[in-house]
Ligand binder design. Structure first.
Ligand SMILES: [Zn+2]
Length: 206
């Protein structure tokens, strides 16, 4: 089974979630990621993948017997005390903040690393493969309203990133693995990318 096959993750709910919570999460994803809402072909593909995964998850978890069977398989698959499913090392594609050329870089488990763009040689920083903790919150700062998002790296250390504006879809990214590309000279985010399954969905945010 691949990472994308975890039905609880597909719906962004806890394994202990009630049937109502699961149902609500499924409906929510179907509305938020309706493919008709996305004009960009890549974003549309990712939205289609999310709704496909959500539908597959609901088909299993919405049925009491199906959910029991799935829980048993899922528990056994995790191994004794492993706590998490082992994932293969991943490569992320991140756009350069200056010329938008994509670089393929190894997942850094949420750490901030420096990248040199292969096309324009710009050096920039990116937080790669961090987990979005909680929903981004709108906060009043001296420079105006900002969305504050909290990210955790693989060791559980958290850092906050401030966004001037955030596409609606990114407000749903709690628990998702994300990367943020920063401006080469100013510490503000330029791109936010949500990594899921085999497809990445990115937004220009600055
Ligand atoms: Zn570049």
């Amino acid at each position: 089974m691949s990472e994308g096959a975890d039905h609880y993750r597909a719906l962004d709910v806890a394994p202990e979630a009630s049937r109502e919570e699961i149902h609500e999460a499924w409906r929510f994803l179907l509305v938020a990621f309706h493919p008709d809402r996305f004009r960009d072909p890549e974003q549309r593909r990712r939205a289609e993948e999310i709704t496909k995964r959500a539908n597959a998850a609901w088909q299993v978890l919405g049925d009491a017997g199906g959910r029991r069977r799935y829980d048993r398989i899922r528990r056994d698959g995790r191994g004794a005390g492993a706590g998490a499913v082992a994932e293969p090392p991943r490569v992320r594609e991140l756009p350069c903040p200056s010329c938008a050329t994509r670089s393929r870089v190894p997942d850094a488990g949420g750490r901030i690393v420096r990248i040199a763009c292969p096309a324009c040689a710009e050096v920039f920083t990116a937080m790669i493969g961090a987990r979005c903790v909680g929903r981004p919150r709108l906060e009043k700062r001296w420079l105006g309203l900002r969305y504050e998002a909290l990210f955790a790296d693989q060791y559980g250390d958290t850092s906050s990133v401030s966004f001037r504006h955030l596409p609606q879809e990114l407000a749903l990214s709690e628990g998702e693995t994300m990367s943020v590309v920063f401006h080469p000279r100013r510490a503000r985010p330029v791109y936010a990318i949500v990594h899921g399954g085999s497809l990445d969905l990115g937004w220009r945010v600055g």
